[in-house]
Design a protein around this ligand. Structure first.
Ligand code: SF4
Length: 114
């Protein structure tokens, strides 16, 4: 089974919308639905915190502490599709920075549930 890491938007999570970390990303990973093509083990779930500067080091720390290098990193659907969007960056830019720093492919979005 593939191992993945998921990154959620902390501002969205803290707004109390029940996403992510409630069930959507986890269900998509468990069943291999949405953008997650096959059932996958979530090895890390990282919460971005505004303005996002600590995100890459936090992802690196999660990999170091867990001793697991994920096969792919997913930016959660709430992070990618939030309206209004992130005022500090955008999903494409975040994905490129994370991929460049970690050498791991970054996929935009996780689930397609409502
Ligand atoms: S920096 Fe952007 S993606 Fe990160 S928590 Fe803040 S609003 Fe969300």
């Amino acid at each position: 089974m593939k191992k993945i890491a998921v990154i959620g938007c902390g501002a969205y999570m803290d707004s109390g919308y029940g996403c992510p970390g409630e069930w959507r990303c986890l269900k998509a990973a468990a069943l291999g639905e949405g953008k997650i093509e096959a059932p996958s083990s979530v090895a890390a779930f990282v919460k971005c915190e505004c303005p996002g500067r600590a995100l890459v080091p936090t992802v690196g720390m999660a990999m170091k502490m867990s001793e697991i290098k994920p096969d792919a990193i997913y930016l959660s659907s709430c992070l990618v599709n939030a309206k209004p969007g992130c005022p500090y960056s955008n999903a494409e830019e975040m994905a490129k920075i994370i991929a460049d720093k970690t050498g791991i492919k970054v996929i935009l979005g996780t689930h397609e549930y409502h």
